[in-house]
Design a protein. Sequence first.
Length: 420
Amino acid sequence: MNHNQTLSLAPTGRRDAFIAEYGRHFGARRVELIVKSGRWMVEDHAEGAHIVDTDGRRYLDFFVSSGVFNLGHRHPAIMARMRAALETREFGNLLYFSEPKGELARLLARSAPGGLEVVLPTVSGSEAIDLALKLAMGFTGRQGVIHFDNSYHGSTGYSTAMGPSAVRSWAGIENRAFRQLPYGDIAALRGALDEGIAAVVVEPVRSNFDGLDPGPAFFAELRRLCDATGALMIVDEVVTGMGRLGTLWGAEHNRITPDIMVAAKGLSGGVFPLGAVLMRPAIIDCWTDHPYRSFSTYAWSNVGVEVAIAALEETRKILPAANAAGGLLEEALGILRRRHPGKITSVRRVGLIFAIDFNPERLRALEFATALYGRGVIIPPAAISMPTSPIARLLPPLILAREHVEEFLDKADDALGTLG
Ligand SMILES: Cc1ncc(COP(=O)(O)O)c(C=O)c1O
């Protein structure tokens, strides 16, 4: 199949009509920037590995909203479970339990690294990170937090305090109790952990920047230092979880035993927002004076819970095939590297997360993402922390198949031919 048909980004019917009609409601200046980026669409429908916009353009989705569509779009088993759930279920009262909530909590606890028996519900990843930090502070009676550079943990209170400095300063959430360290740097860890630290927030692999994998030794030393100082280790599995690193949780990949684990995105099955905070049972006991010290009205809708159960089941089933297909994409990146010498300096893969290092003299991630977009492929735009980064990432869905790899290779080859 010839995939090299360049899509026209000239003004077209429905996409531009949308902006004329509604653009100002999304902030006119903001929308102008989005349109100027060349990477935007008005989505119409999606199926499998593709999204189709309102002008009928079809895009291969190697971004998957950073993990929301790990199972692709509208996975049949997810849609069936959701339809069935809607026959009898609704949100449910925010204070009460239900059988599906019990089942999801048990499945999550059993799937997670050892001893994380207790599960609290959230809607989003940011909310789950904030809850995890509140628990760590309540449990330890401390407020110090260590986090790592070029990592993203969300857009609410505490999660923003660990985010890009521009956002921190205009939002006035420069928190002096929060300290950023270089990711993967064992010596820096040794110098920073002490009895003032409530928690260290860390991803198993740096998913939102360069896919850097610090390896098990880093996490073993982090575990040792946390035990020695009484700090809690919070592992953010919002992106690395639900199969992304080739294992159900990224913690398995790097043999991590956290005190608290945060999950979201992929748990949604792409159709219902849902997050979770898993922890050692002792941690929740700092709340025994009141069982609802922190709660969230829309957390764990009974419909969403059914979907998350199906998402867990399907992710487990699909992992072997996904890992094999990841090997094909790795080969394709090797071909691109050989065909475009001097532009790509290296490629990295951990499970189903891929990073391409461009020669910064020749190419930036954003240029590549824009050129791919014009050809009908979506990849993550660039790290929020570093928009000029020369590192492009690919997050294909786990339903990845040979035909998707071929489509990507043809289009990326064509795009690279015109760049740098
Ligand atoms: C690693 C990581 N943690 C947390 C979050 C926050 O999740 P949410 O956008 O669901 O609030 C994100 C979002 O992209 C993320 O990438």
